[in-house]
Design a binder for this molecule. Structure first.
Ligand code: FES
Length: 155
């Protein structure tokens, strides 16, 4: 009969750096700590955090109009969101230009970044004019109970 495996707990000695073991649902990793190899709890897998915020009253956004709102982030701080209503529905996009992060603004029918002149389609976020090459980040937008809601996921 083989001897029972030694119990693992955070701080108890281990043999092979980088080895992982899971005990009772907790994963430990063998790490070097001050010259000794010891078990450490593996960092918690970061959980996706989702927040849905009522950003505008429905009546405040007519068809063809854009409004820029600030949405608090689950991880702290806030994020600027460009909300546009068209015949096709409501689009919510990050206010930050994908070129170098400067905030975009509605100019005529487009969203424009005045720093280097990129232009984006407010209904999809896609690039109309560079130097930006990637679409604006898009968020889920819904409308119910007379309000417009934006859902932001962060990690
Ligand atoms: S930061 Fe927007 S075009 Fe450069």
């Amino acid at each position: 009969m083989s001897a029972a495996a030694p119990a693992i707990s955070a701080g108890s000695p281990c043999q092979v750096k980088g080895r992982e073991k899971t005990v009772d649902g907790v994963t430990y990793i063998c790490r070097n700590a001050k010259g000794k190899l010891v078990w450490r709890r593996s960092p918690l897998v970061s959980q996706e955090q989702i927040i849905t915020v009522r950003v505008l009253e429905s009546a405040a956004l007519e068809i063809g109009k854009t409004s820029i709102v600030s949405v608090p982030l689950p991880t702290g701080g806030s994020s600027g969101v460009v909300v546009t209503r068209t015949d096709a529905g409501i689009t919510a996009l990050s206010v930050n230009c994908t070129h170098a992060g400067f905030p975009v603004a509605r100019v005529g029918k487009l969203l424009e970044c005045e720093l280097h002149g990129s232009q984006f389609d407010p209904t999809t976020g896609s690039v109309i004019t560079g130097p930006a090459s990637r679409s604006l980040l898009r968020y889920d937008a819904t409308e119910s109970n007379g309000g417009i809601y934006v859902t932001i996921r962060s990690y």
